[in-house]
Design a protein around this ligand. Structure first.
Ligand code: T46
Length: 130
């Protein structure tokens, strides 16, 4: 499967760094929801689902973790550590996050509001739908 990444402009000066992300410009959809994940233990696996329609961009803004993307045919493992790079988690892509460093913070930009009925949480069901 193809990995879609977005390389955001790092605006740095002597005071530090700043990254700005604009909907429909820096990422290819309107942002309806932002959430962030932090304080996850090293042995924990998060995600373990696909979304039927939701598109998201994930950015590791602190620390490190691994992101597994699986379209039902191919799998990619993405090392997450770049503050200025977003990874597209498209609809119908099974994803898992693991290997969290204690200081890891994942920022997620989502194209829609939270909707539990959009989740496919059973891998076999995901495979049958895809
Ligand atoms: C995803 C990956 C990358 C809400 O109430 N509103 C929200 O917007 C979200 C995202 C979650 N929640 C609730 C649902 C659960 O009770 O927060 C709790 C933890 O969510 P979840 O177990 O789904 O967390 P992850 O890390 O497994 O998955 C999350 C997102 O839910 C999911 O959409 O793609 O991050």
């Amino acid at each position: 499967m193809e990995l879609t990444t977005f390389n955001f402009k790092m605006r740095g000066d002597e005071r530090g760094s700043l990254v700005a992300i604009e909907e429909n410009r820096d990422i290819p959809f309107a942002i309806k929801r932002v959430y962030y994940i932090f304080g996850t233990g090293e042995a924990v696996i998060r995600g373990l689902h696909a979304h039927k329609t939701l598109r998201q961009v994930m950015i590791c803004i602190h620390g490190t973790c691994s992101l597994l993307l699986d379209n039902g045919t191919d799998k990619i493992v993405v090392p997450m550590h770049d503050r200025d790079q977003g990874i597209l988690i498209d609809a119908m892509v099974w994803h898992e996050m693991y290997n969290f460093s204690p200081d890891c913070v994942l920022l997620v930009l989502a194209g829609d509001f939270y909707d539990e009925s959009d989740y496919l949480r059973d891998y076999n069901e995901f495979l049958s739908v895809i």
